[in-house]
Design a protein around this ligand. Structure first.
Ligand code: ZN
Length: 245
């Protein structure tokens, strides 16, 4: 097809903008902040798993303590009841039996209180462990907010850049003949790399192939308003005074 040299050169501006859009789009997916957020999510999962384990262990110890406290209560009530009976009975035999039971109940109460103290100590240790995990969880959550905020700010900036580039592209495309733009866009989709490339010093700036022999002769013979293509990469080859032909 035919197009004025100026129109062909406009394709280079279009190509520069399209390349820039691709670069910025690539930046959005390769931000180091994505990896940071992912790694923090893994940390948060690990902390959550530890929270489940530590919280479960703390719950078990609380249940154990509750059981002992209830046992203590039962024994205390029986001691109170037996003590009252000792005072109110006149039978020596009953008093002896009650005293024997009271001795064994006091021994049982002493043992239970010993166990209670030990369980309370363990409870404190478990509470301390849970507090450590809570602090870690909060710290990870805080870092996550910072990382996500940082990432979102960068993404918003990159998206703004892409928006500006697309607007510029629309403006440039509007100045080029429709058929030429269509031809360019077809090559952009099917071609590898550039759809339009400057021929500089007989070299295609798209694929860096240097024209020689019959390829060079063909390009030299082509009229300035003839759209020509790189024999290697298929890009629309744009000639300027830099082309060296
Ligand atoms: Zn080429």
């Amino acid at each position: 097809m035919k197009a004025t040299p100026l129109q062909q050169q406009e394709l280079l501006r279009l190509q520069a903008l399209d390349t820039k859009v691709l670069q910025v789009a690539h930046q959005t997916t390769s931000l180091p902040q994505h990896a940071e957020v992912l790694s923090l999510k893994r940390e948060a999962d690990a902390v959550r798993a530890r929270m489940t384990t530590e919280g479960g262990a703390l719950g078990d110890v609380r249940t154990e303590l509750g059981r002992i406290e209830s046992d203590v209560g039962v024994v205390e009530k029986r001691i109170a009841r037996d003590t009252e009976r000792v005072q109110s009975t006149s039978s020596i035999k009953d008093v002896q039996a009650l005293e024997t039971e009271l001795t064994s109940l006091r021994k049982r109460l002493f043992d239970l209180e010993e166990i209670e103290i030990a369980v309370m100590e363990r409870l404190e240790q478990h509470e301390a462990s849970v507090a450590v995990v809570v602090r870690e969880r909060d710290a990870v959550a805080e870092r996550m907010i910072a990382a996500e905020t940082g990432r979102d700010e960068l993404l918003a900036d990159l998206e703004r850049q892409i928006g500006e580039l697309r607007r510029d592209r629309l403006t440039v495309a509007g100045t080029i003949d429709g058929e030429l733009v269509t031809l360019y866009e077809k090559r952009l989709v099917t071609g590898r790399g550039n759809a339009a490339a400057l021929l500089r010093a007989r070299t295609c700036s798209g694929c860096t192939m240097t024209l020689t022999g019959s390829d060079l002769a063909e390009v030299r013979q082509a009229a300035a308003n003839e759209v020509i293509f790189c024999p290697d990469c298929g890009a629309i080859l744009v000639r300027t005074e830099e082309s060296g032909i």
